[in-house]
Ligand binder design. Structure first.
Ligand code: NAD
Length: 305
C-alpha cells in the first residue's frame, strides 16, 4: 500500500523517521509531501495513494475526489475539523484521529500561559499565584484531564463540566463536577476551554457566558478559535475592564483584542501540540493505526462512522 504523509507544516525529522520505520516495517511504501505551498501539489500527490497521514492540513471534497484509491486518513492530532469527514464517509474513506497523543503538551502550555497571565505578562508589577485559585475546565477529555492533573500540583481547586462525560468519571479524578457550563463560569476564577469545534460549540463562548465570571476572571483558550464569539467577547472586554483573555490560537480580531493592553495575549503561532514528544507520539500512532487498518481492518479511532 502507498501511504502519503502530507504536511504543510512538517513533522519533526525524528517523527518522520519513526513513521517511516512503522510504515515500511509493515511492508508499505511511504511518500512524503512536506511544506507544500499550493493545493495543486496536494491534489497531485493524493492521486494514487491508499492512505494518508496529515496534521492540520485541509482535506476538502476536492482532495477526496482526487484521491481515487484512498481508504483511510489518519489525522496525527486530536481535532479533525480540517477534514470533510462527512464527504469522506460518502466516499467510503475512514477518517481517524490520534486522541491523547498531544494532550500533555497542550495541558502544560495552559500553565505556561496562565503563570504568564497572573504575573501580568512579566511587566515588573506584582501579580498573583495560582495556588488556591479556582480553575474550571470546560470539557473533560484527554487535554482537560491532564489540565486537571497538573492543576492539582499547583494547589488549585479544580472543577470541570463536560456535556458527555459522566460526573462520576470527573469526580473519580478528584475534580468537582459542575452541573452545567453556566455553573462552571459562575463559580471559577479561571476557565480553560477544551471543547472541540462542533456545530454546538462554534461561537458558543459568547458575551452572556463569559460575563458570568467573577471580578478578575481569566478565560484561557487552547481549543479552537472558532468556539469564541469574537465580536461579543470584544464587546464584553470593552464593558468590563477586569477580564483577561489568553489564547493559543490567534483570533481573527487579534488587532482589536490587542487594544486591551495587559488583558490579552495570543501565541503568535498555535503552540499547544508543538513539542518533540507530541509530534513523535502522534505521528507513530497515526502510522500504527494505518498499519492496523490494513492488517486487521481495525477502525478503532474512526471519527466518521
Ligand atoms: P477529546 O476528544 O479527548 O475531548 C473532547 C471532550 O469534549 C470530550 O470529553 C467531549 O465529551 C467533550 N465535549 C464535546 N462537546 C462538548 C460540549 N458541547 N460541551 C462540553 N463538552 C463537550 O479532545 P482533546 O484531546 O481533549 O482536545 C480538545 C480540543 O482541543 C480538540 O478538539 C482540539 O480542537 C483542541 N486541541 C488544540 C491543540 C492545540 O494545539 N492548541 C492541540 C490538541 C487539541
Amino acid at each position: 500500500m502507498k501511504v502519503l504523509v502530507a504536511t504543510e507544516k512538517p513533522f519533526a525529522p525524528k517523527a518522520v523517521e519513526d513513521i517511516r520505520k512503522e510504515i515500511e516495517g509493515a511492508g508499505h511504501e511511504l511518500v512524503l509531501l512536506e511544506k507544500y505551498t499550493d493545493k495543486t501539489q496536494l491534489l497531485e500527490s493524493v492521486r494514487d495513494v491508499d492512505a494518508m497521514i496529515v496534521r492540520s492540513d485541509k482535506v476538502t471534497q476536492e482532495v477526496l475526489d482526487a484521491a481515487e484509491n484512498l481508504k483511510i486518513i489518519a489525522r496525527a492530532g486530536a481535532g479533525y475539523d480540517s477534514i470533510d469527514i462527512e464527504y469522506a464517509k460518502t466516499k467510503g474513506v475512514v477518517v481517524e484521529n490520534t486522541p491523547g497523543q498531544n494532550s500533555n503538551a497542550v495541558a502544560e502550555l495552559v500553565f505556561g500561559l496562565l503563570v504568564y497571565a497572573v504575573r501580568n505578562f512579566y511587566n515588573g508589577k506584582s501579580g498573583t499565584e495560582l495556588m488556591g485559585k479556582k480553575l474550571g475546565i470546560l470539557a473533560f477529555g484527554n487535554v482537560g484531564r491532564n489540565v486537571g492533573r497538573i492543576a492539582k500540583g499547583f494547589g488549585m481547586e479544580v472543577s470541570a463540566y463536560d456535556a458527555f462525560c459522566p460526573a462520576e468519571i470527573i469526580e473519580a479524578a478528584g475534580v468537582h463536577a459542575c452541573n452545567s457550563q453556566d455553573e462552571l463560569f459562575q463559580t471559577n476564577d479561571i476557565v480553560s476551554l477544551h471543547i472541540p469545534a462542533t456545530p454546538e460549540t462554534i461561537q458558543s463562548i459568547d458575551y452572556r457566558t463569559v460575563n458570568q465570571m467573577g471580578k478578575g476572571g481569566i478565560l484561557i483558550n487552547t481549543a479552537r478559535k472558532e468556539v469564541i464569539n469574537e465580536p461579543e467577547l470584544l464587546k464584553l472586554f470593552a464593558d468590563r475592564g477586569d477580564l483577561k483573555y489568553i489564547s493559543d490560537i490567534k483570533p481573527d480580531a487579534d488587532e482589536e483584542f490587542k487594544k486591551f493592553e495587559g488583558r490579552y495575549f495570543a501565541t503568535p503561532k498555535k503552540m499547544g501540540a508543538q513539542t518533540a514528544e507530541a509530534n513523535i507520539n502522534a505521528g507513530i500512532a497515526a502510522a500504527r493505526q494505518i498499519n492496523a487498518f490494513f492488517a486487521e481492518g481495525s477502525t478503532k479511532f474512526q471519527v466518521n462512522k
